[in-house]
Write a protein that binds this ligand. Structure first.
Ligand SMILES: [Ca+2]
Length: 420
């Protein structure tokens, strides 16, 4: 069973495609979507030369996150590129998609999760990139600009308008202003929409890397300090930026982190060890598990969450991935992720659940911490400070059920805290 509840927002990555055998007589060769990384520092020049040499047209060109491109390539072209000295590696592209969230009851103006992490009062002075389905660029509660549209077949210059809802929901938890029905953790924070998933919540790793590439290239110019990735997949990770596993998504995130962007990612909704999930298992990111909170207060005496059966107040969400290894726990925090009310395209709000909804609480906390000067801008130090704040706040009276249970095999991290 991959998805526990329809309302849990998850992404599924298809298995890497196998080699397609070309027919003996080729007129129109079968092609597969491929990600190619390059040795050259001048990626655009190298891509143009490779296009001419091997007869293909690149779809996405990566110049900042990693150097390379994606393209539909035949077996013959892939083999030729593998042996081309300008090429570092050749990878199958993979699919990424979300399960469509379902609607639930409307709630008050300051959502429970925002209250539970001590947020809802001030904007961050740094900007946040939401790499997702886009954001509703006309939503009155959001201070949002279009960043990049990485959907295959669309012009990259077209607006990153959300035609799904997921990205707008994530964006609202980070930075929705008062008056829109659901205040965010850091209301009024500047948001950039980076669209890598389409109207069905589907996308590819090539598109995700396109989004990361845009963030890396523009972070300094636009003041983007934090990026939110509320999707993921079950796939083996590695601890060396994709070198051993040949994972271009990991390489792209490492390069972007080196450029000063802190990545906050959802742990995943498989009720499984996040060691087998990406990007959750990457050591460079802050990974966010989901806990339940129904009343915005600690103590565990709130009612059971109303929109989702089987959960209880101030306890880990039953669907959330968790850490078992010390190495993973060293970059994991928890945040509210059950029955989270936030902005929805068209001006309203919607209440849904998932580690997708937990991650933006932590994203806003990181942005606020950097803005206050308490967190260094450097990602590793920022993550360490946010984790120390969370641990300090996880006292017997403020924590959630199980966050101190060192004997448990399932560890969800300490609840993030935006307050002083
Ligand atoms: Ca509570």
């Amino acid at each position: 069973m991959r998805v526990r509840v329809a309302a849990v927002v998850v992404a599924v990555l298809a298995a890497a495609g196998s080699v397609v055998v070309a027919p003996a007589v080729v007129r129109a060769e079968a092609t597969t979507s491929t990600i190619v990384t390059l040795r050259s520092s001048d990626a655009l020049r190298a891509i143009a030369a490779l296009e001419r040499a091997h007869g293909f047209r690149a779809e996405h060109r990566y110049t900042s996150g990693l150097r390379g491109f994606s393209a539909r390539l035949s077996v013959r072209q892939r083999e030729a590129l593998r042996s081309d000295p300008r090429v570092s590696s050749v990878h199958d592209d993979r699919d990424v998609r979300l399960v469509t969230p379902i609607a639930a009851a409307r709630r008050g103006d300051v959502p429970t999760g925002v209250r539970r992490v001590g947020g809802g009062s001030v904007a961050a002075s740094v900007a946040v990139a939401v790499i997702d389905t886009g954001i509703d660029l006309r939503h009155p509660a959001l201070d949002v600009s279009s960043g990049a549209n990485c959907i295959a077949g669309k012009r990259r210059t077209s607006a990153a308008q959300d035609d799904h809802g997921h990205g707008t929901q994530v964006a609202g938890t980070i930075g929705a202003k008062a008056g829109g029905g659901a205040v965010g953790v850091a209301p009024g924070t500047k948001l950039y929409a980076v669209k890598v998933l389409d109207a069905r919540g589907s996308g590819t790793v090539a598109q995700v890397i396109c989004g990361i590439d845009w963030v890396t290239a523009n972070a300094k110019r636009l003041g983007i300090a934090v990026a939110n990735l509320s999707f993921g997949a079950l796939a083996p990770g590695d601890r060396d930026c994709g070198v051993t596993s040949g994972d271009p998504l990991h390489e792209a995130i490492c390069r972007s982190t080196e450029a000063g962007v802190t990545y906050v990612v959802a742990a995943g909704n498989d009720a499984a060890d996040l060691a087998s999930a990406v990007p959750a298992s990457y050591p460079e990111v802050l990974t966010v598990t989901a806990v339940s909170d129904s009343d915005g207060r600690p103590g565990g005496d709130g009612q059971a969450p109303s929109c989702m059966p089987g959960e209880r107040d101030d306890a880990p969400a039953t669907f959330s991935n968790y850490a078992t290894r010390v190495a993973d726990l060293s970059h994991v925090v928890a945040a509210p992720g059950v029955c989270i009310t936030s902005t929805w395209p068209g001006g309203g709000t919607k209440t849904i659940s998932g580690t997708s909804m937990a991650a933006p609480h932590a994203t806003a906390v990181v942005a606020l911490c950097i803005s206050s000067g308490r967190c260094p801008r450097e990602p590793e130090s920022a993550i360490r400070t946010v984790m120390a704040d969370a641990e300090r706040h996880a006292t017997d009276t403020n924590g959630y059920d199980g966050d101190h249970d060192m004997r448990s095999e399932r560890r969800y991290g300490s609840l993030v805290w935006a307050g002083k």
